[in-house]
Write a protein that binds this ligand. Sequence first.
Ligand SMILES: [Zn+2]
Ligand SMILES: [Zn+2]
Length: 346
Amino acid sequence: MMAAVLEAPGKMTPREVEDPVCPDGGLILKVEACSICSTDVKMLRHGQRDLIYPRILGHEIAGVVHEADCVGSRVGERVQAFPGVFCGRCPSCRRGAENMCELVRILGFNLDGGFAEYLQIPGDSVRNGSVFPIPDGVKSEEATLAEPLACCINAQELAGVGEDDSVLVFGAGPAGNLHAMLARKRGASMVAMAEPLEERVNLARSTGADLLVNSRKEDLRVRAEEATDGRGFDVIILASRDVAVDDDLLALLAPRGRLSLFSGLPRSLAAPRLDLNHLHYREKLVVGSYGCTPAQNRGALELISSGSFDAGWLITERVSLGEISKGMEHAEGREGLKAVVTEFGR
Ligand SMILES: [Zn+2]
Ligand SMILES: [Zn+2]
């Protein structure tokens, strides 16, 4: 089969590899769409501590079941695959935090992923209910957005985004836009976005956000004060890797406000000095989030399938496996939003 193989950091080659065999109790998917995530770009450019080469990346996956070694054959079914393969028994799994599983493995990370014609889905994924049918009428490329949306759901659940909250999202990339739309869906009374690139500010209009701030040209503090009558935001979500978490940022939070660390931060920004008494006196919370659970993935796919959450506009580039470097550049170039591999031949 054809696959885009990451041979070493910086070197991804579309080439012929051996077909995968159907694992015990698992499935072989014929991939129909696999979206490119900023994590894929990061792994391509800089490698990753846990990567063993060669590796096929891609964790935002939709396809058709091609072979099945499980009870009740699912051959021919169109599905979206949750990429985490977890144990189901450890303390985190038992608490419904499968993304924190001690033994978790991830498709497109430490198992081969979806930038390939065919993909192996382990038996554990099938047994744990991590393979979701895609309803008719939902395109496979749209279904791939369930995974990134589920990551946003995880962050917003942990930060308690709900009715009447005012929410500020930093970053109008694919995740930032999903966050803005999701916050509205969860009942936020006001949604603001801050983004330094004009093209992305313009694209973000489709989210229906109440306030779009070009953070390079405008004074965010002034706009935030106007927008919240000086009270600050109930929730701030960092969907950008280059926002400094400092006392000025915490000052933008209302009393009992929550700061969601959705994006991983580069080393230079990851160890700030903060006045923790400010958190103490104003009862503010800082909360991390990383990945998502299968239940959140299911919820995300349901939301996309409901017809009331249009995420399809986020897809601004479609490429074949042979052109995957073009897709990576699209994701990296930040002029558009999401690139998806939709053709898997040569
Ligand atoms: Zn991702
Ligand atoms: Zn576990």
